[in-house]
Design a protein around this ligand. Structure first.
Ligand code: UD1
Length: 416
């Protein structure tokens, strides 16, 4: 099994380009099922989760091929298989997004309950309850969601308890072919939701309010395939910025979207880093020392939970004690014991972690989930000596050649 080897304490410098967003590519992949024909996505993310998403589409009878980073999906006029099998769904939670699509276009779906990162229970009750409101009959048995609906689905007034990204995306894709006007209140505002809306509109959907807390969808009778350029990956962007920061380096990040990272940039600035932004680039210059700052994760535009672990790695090297509060997932501190193996000094109380500065020392550590793997790599970059990060299949699920990009910036890192 692959491991990542890092010899720490190399100051990063140079420039690197960002890949397309994984969390945008996945819902866009499933949206193709809404219209037969050829859909093309430029700047698509080439990570393992996307491969799994493509396999799922292929299991429904679609074809897919890559040309560079452009991905074309060809959806047949008829689909014979409506089952998303456990084998494909167990590693990739986003697969549940095919539920709304299959129900709204074909009136049936049998979707395995999703897997994904072990960061909490991650229920899908808001997806299911609201699809039922739209007229779908849904039962959960033996680990599968069985859905049936008369076509078209019916529009509904929906109020989400919290602005769930996945529930908003699932209900959006169910609403575009439903009869009437669906309103999703307390909808997620993440850039990946907005990107999906952009593509659905290109396909002919009638949607208003993307990027706000209320989305309205006037159902249409059919959609047609289109072409789209996917937004840059904001989590990869910030991970690379923090890699520059933790090594007290100076890095330029290109082909990114700084406007999607306002909170993160603010926190890095508060900590003492000098950040210059252009429309699609960010330049980070480190001070000689940087200070501790506190963060609380929250829904967009707040500090993303997907960057909590990486920021914690950074704070182990700050001057002073910082407090990190995780408000989205109930079990997202699994990287803490691994960071402590690298000599970090962290105490946790419920959903709060107190990070006391301490010099990091290389060790063998194990990635417990996708973003935790990046956190350990960042810690390894700052640690004295050699670090080995095991279980890098988590990393490969969601980062596009992270170690090559870090090597390009001067890190002593390799996959072995
Ligand atoms: C998406 C992202 C993930 C990110 C998360 C939060 C993708 C593929 N994944 O995940 O990287 O960490 O947003 O920004 O885009 N919840 C319920 N019931 C539901 C749905 C959600 O209780 O039916 C809860 C979850 O357990 C969690 C919170 O709502 O506590 C937010 O989850 P959600 O926004 O749905 O996350 P995902 O869409 O799964």
């Amino acid at each position: 099994m692959d491991r990542i080897y890092i010899k720490g304490r190399k100051t990063l410098s140079g420039e690197v380009e960002i890949s397309g967003s994984k969390n945008s590519t996945l819902p866009l992949l499933f949206s193709t099922l809404l219209a037969e024909g050829s859909h093309t996505f430029h700047n698509a993310s080439q990570v393992k989760d996307v491969d799994t998403g493509i396999k799922l589409l292929q299991s429904f009878g679609c074809e897919a091929y890559w040309k560079g980073t452009s991905l074309t999906v060809i959806v047949p006029d008829k689909i014979e298989n409506f089952t998303a099998h456990y084998d494909l769904m167990r590693t990739m939670r986003a697969g549940v997004l095919c539920l709304g699509v299959l129900l709204s276009r074909y009136g049936k779906a049998q979707v395995s309950l999703p897997g994904g990162c072990a960061i909490g229970t991650r229920p899908i009750n808001w997806h299911v309850e609201n699809l039922k409101k739209m007229g779908a009959g849904i039962e959960i048995q033996k680990g599968y969601i069985y859905g049936k609906s008369a076509l078209p689905l019916k529009a509904a007034q929906i109020k989400l308890e919290k602005p769930s990204v996945g529930a908003t995306q699932n209900l959006l894709m169910a609403g575009v072919l439903a009869e009437g006007r669906t309103e999703i209140q307390n909808s997620a505002r993440e850039p990946e939701v907005v990107d999906l809306i952009h593509y659905l509109k290109k396909m002919g959907a009638d949607i208003e309010g993307g990027g706000t807390s209320t989305i309205t969808i006037q159902g249409v009778s059919s959609l047609k395939p289109s072409e789209h350029t996917i937004i840059p990956d904001r989590i990869e962007t910030a991970t690379l910025l923090m890699a520059g920061a933790i090594t007290l380096g100076e890095v330029g990040i290109f082909k990114c979207a700084p406007s999607h990272l306002t909170q993160v940039i603010e926190k890095l600035e508060q900590s003492g880093f000098d950040i210059q932004q252009g429309e699609d680039r960010i330049h980070l210059k480190s001070p000689r020392k940087f200070s501790a700052v506190n963060i609380s994760t929250s829904f967009y535009p707040g500090f993303p939970t997907d960057l909590q672990a990486q920021f914690m790695a950074l704070m182990t090297q700050a001057e002073g004690e910082s407090i990190i509060e995780e408000c989205i997932f109930e079990n997202r501190f699994m990287h803490v014991p691994e960071l402590m193996r690298l000599n970090a000094h962290i105490t946790t109380h419920g959903n709060k972690a107190h990070i006391h500065p301490s010099p990091l020392k290389g060790a063998v550590v194990m990635a417990t989930d996708l973003r935790a793997s990046a956190c350990l790599i960042l810690a390894g970059l700052a640690a004295e000596g050699e670090t080995y990060v095991r279980r890098v299949y988590h990393l490969d699920r969601g980062y596009d050649k992270l170690e090559s990009k870090l090597a390009l910036l001067g890190a002593d890192i390799k996959r072995i």
